[in-house]
Design a protein around this ligand. Structure first.
Ligand code: ADP
Ligand code: MG
Length: 254
């Protein structure tokens, strides 16, 4: 792409992203104007009150929502272009949600190979080999033939992460992936994310876990009023926030 494309030097770039829901008469503007640059290997954590648009932002990046305005580029290619091949782009962007979203009637390995074989036309044998590699990576190689119901919540989330990793995505989006877990199961999932980060995975993570954010984030962005209200290193945002709204948000968590 040409140098004129905004954010061409970032892996992922959002410029003036706007998203609202509702009718013309009653519009809920959720993302007013989001500018965000994410470098390769960077781990960005999004924080903000419930309803501040964190999930919507990740869904826009994964093209699960259509933006009203603005541009998102991945590797310099505009993915918000209406002519883009959505499935191919989604293959480059892994996403994991709060509730595990595994198909209960499929084995663990079939959950992982479903999209590669059906959507991306990967031959079954190759998809299964790759799925086993990913199960090794998340520490669950012995669970390949298990059903999701036979796994703990933490193990199910690790499978969901394996499934998101299977296409070797350029970026991983993680939306409150520990919020639905019993407290004793949170650690194994957070440890896995920390491991991915140390391997250089580019990630955007929505979380309420400030101690985790502080441990894993290169940068924390505080969402408020449909914008990134304040951003900085974990020390800057969590220990010395400059703006009143950020201080209020953090003090309510304490
Ligand atoms: P967060 O993840 O920060 O809690 P969300 O992105 O889930 O915030 O939601 C932001 C706002 O967008 C909320 O007011 C929510 O009700 C609204 N919203 C999200 N998705 C939809 C949708 N599909 N239809 C209508 N409103 C939505
Ligand atoms: Mg959310």
């Amino acid at each position: 792409m040409t140098a004129a494309v905004p954010g061409a030097s970032s892996l992922l770039s959002l410029s003036g992203v706007r998203k609202s829901f509702g009718s013309r008469r009653e519009t809920n503007v959720v993302l007013r104007s989001i500018d965000l640059e994410v470098a390769s290997g960077e781990c960005v954590v999004l924080i903000g009150a419930s309803g501040s648009g964190k999930s919507t932002l990740l869904r826009c990046i994964n093209l699960l929502e259509t933006v009203d305005d603005g541009i998102i580029t991945l590797d310099g290619v505009e993915i918000t272009d209406p002519g883009v091949a959505v499935d191919r782009i989604r293959g480059r962007i892994g996403i994991v949600f709060q509730a595990y979203n595994l198909f209960p009637h499929l084995s663990v390995i079939d959950n992982i190979t479903l999209a590669p074989t059906r959507v991306h036309k990967v031959p079954v044998a190759a998809a299964r080999r790759r799925a086993m590699e990913m199960l090794e990576r998340v520490g669950l190689p012995d669970k390949a033939t298990a059903r999701p119901d036979d796994l703990s919540g933490g193990q199910q989330q690790r499978v969901a992460i394996a499934r998101a990793l299977v296409n070797d995505p350029a970026v991983m989006l993680l939306d409150e992936v520990t919020s639905a877990l019993d407290p004793e199961l949170v650690g194994e999932v957070l440890d896995l994310l920390a491991e991915l980060r140390s391997e250089g995975m580019t990630m955007i993570i929505n979380t309420h876990e400030m101690s985790f954010a502080s441990r894993i984030a290169d940068r924390i962005c505080f969402l408020h009023g449909g914008e990134i209200h304040e951003q900085g290193t974990p020390a800057e945002i969590l220990q010395a926030p400059r703006r009143e709204r950020t201080r209020q948000f953090l003090s309510r968590l304490a």
